[in-house]
Ligand binder design. Sequence first.
Ligand code: AMP
Ligand code: MN
Ligand code: MN
Length: 336
Amino acid sequence: MTAAVTLPEDRWAAAVALIDAAPDATLVCHVAPDGDALGSMLGLARVLRARGLDITCTWGDERWAVPSSYTWLPDIDTVVPPSRVRAAPSLLVVLDTASRDRLGVLGPLADAAGSLVVIDHHAHNSGLDGVQLIDPAAAATAVVVEELVRRLVPAIDADTATLLYVGLVTDTGSFQHSVTTPAVHAVAGRLLAAGARPDAVAQQLWGSRPFGFAQVLGAALSRLSLEPAAVGGRGLVWTWTTTDDLAAAGLTLDEIEPVIEAVRATREADVAAVFKQDADGTFRVSTRSRGGTDVGAVCAGLGGGGHRLAAGYTSYDDAETTARKLLAALETAPQL
Ligand code: AMP
Ligand code: MN
Ligand code: MN
């Protein structure tokens, strides 16, 4: 069976040595954190705290807030805004963050820290030095963390298992994406054996949404466009949401993440896109491919990044212009 993470053994040892040498560590994940970012960070934090390190968890959003959809996570009350972090931590651990700009306002920490460990699974991780625990073939950052944690403690508790399971189940699309190997299920098996409850996690992640979500989804679907000729004939389906939609429904941006799930299955389009307007007027663009188009490359070309079949970027244009530029970029998208 191919391992869930493939890295040379001395790389793990180097990370463990830095952890053992540090009295304190700051753990940082990417801005606008998702389940893998938060679950990996908080899961590792529990293990490092148990080993005696003084741990701070944070991320670098300018308008920082705990995402409403993740307020149920174990230990979420331990996270602090970026203004409250140590200026020069002994150790900085950066998780699920493919580039320095995804650290947001915390970019300078990477230079100020005594030592650095980067834990990730993005294909194009760039811009940070330190010990690189990066495997582009890993299904989630949580999988890399699980492998590291096995080298730190003999067993994990149920909350740690739950946090890592949240990362695994989000980034594999509930074990539906092609990254779902036998080894991934073996990791899931270990997490369940340690006390993660798949039914409880699924209920929190997908079985419980505010009424306003259905209202914003309705607004998004009312604006849905299908462009069958786009993407070299493979097709694009796209829509957008506004800050007015969110205000009317009383929601925050992170709560409408699942809108893309409602449109991505459209058979006439290989690529789906949702532009979600943020409070500053910019659009956070989510893209997905049903398998024929490398949207990660397209989004990287537009200033963002991600994975081959799920990627995103920020657009500083209005919705129409965003669509026009995306359509143009998709014409030359790498075909898979
Ligand atoms: P999302 O559509 O927000 O769920 O994002 C899908 C994937 O795209 C994430 O897992 C990230 O890896 C990546 N991504 C989204 N937005 C950005 C961005 N602005 N810059 C770089 N990567 C991004
Ligand atoms: Mn992520
Ligand atoms: Mn991830």
